[in-house]
Ligand binder design. Sequence first.
Ligand code: SF4
Length: 337
Amino acid sequence: MTEEQETADEIGQLIDTAVKKAFEDVTHELESARPDVFGLSMSGLGRCRRAAAYALARTEPSDPDLALSGERRTANLGTAIHRMLLPALARVLGGRHEVPVLLADGSVLGIPGTLDLWWEKKRAVVDVKTVGEHKLDRVVVRGETYEHRMQVGGYALAQGADWVVWLYLDRSTGKTARVVERFDAGFRREVWQRVWEIQRLAEAPEYAPRDERGPGLSFQCDGCAWLRRCWGRTARSGESGAQAHIAHDEPAVEAALAKYDEYRDVESRAKKWKAFWREVATGGGRRPGNYGAWKFHFTKPGYALDEKATRKDYENRGEEPPMKESAGRLIVRPITK
Ligand code: SF4
């Protein structure tokens, strides 16, 4: 490496560190500006029920820093896009943007939130969600997620809306997909039932269901202010392992092994069916293109390491290819009598 390259690398590393720190500062600034960081807000209504119960019960966070720190690049980019797009959209539609609301009635504690856009003329709540390309495709096929449904349903309930609109925007291309639904009695009931469920669970949050898979396996857990209260003192954000606390006796481990086997089976069958339907749809030299509501194409061929040729090459030179230690494979089998 030349001196010039070394200097360029050093400058590059300073830039990388600065970008990381800048995103962390943005997170801290945005989160600290929220009036009640650890209370239940509308965005938490459809997420993990235990986290919602902790928040509603005002349980003291075991890991408050996790909720205030981190780079959170996609979330922060989403906020920047909101700030740019919402005022313009409000002007075009004729509405108000970033409207504070409070969901409350005589029996329910107030749940605050800030809805993206209130389209007065149509009495519609419009919520903008920024996503990656694949999530946009998912929305087109499957509609909004449960989490978004409850969040925007909560705004609509508090605001007395007739319509809800989820407007999904691909962060990289600006492409949008929207889901529109009348906010009818059935939808209102669905949101109230969720609110009442969280309210009941908040009476004993430690017994509320964990809806996430724990540190290292869930972004939500990795940023949860109650991480160690939920998964034990040894839980660390970004590292799996604390999940083992759930199975503290033999029957619990037995049940976990049975669950592992069940999901292994599901995974294996899903892979085979995926391969089958791939062949049905795209095999036999079928031309890429549009087919009803779907389309397909192949990306350009790429290059991957030819392991066989690499081994042979080392062998011909009388050398051993570099090796690294790998973890042993997990084998789970039923005990036969
Ligand atoms: S750590 Fe995970 S499972 Fe536990 S309350 Fe938080 S989000 Fe839910």
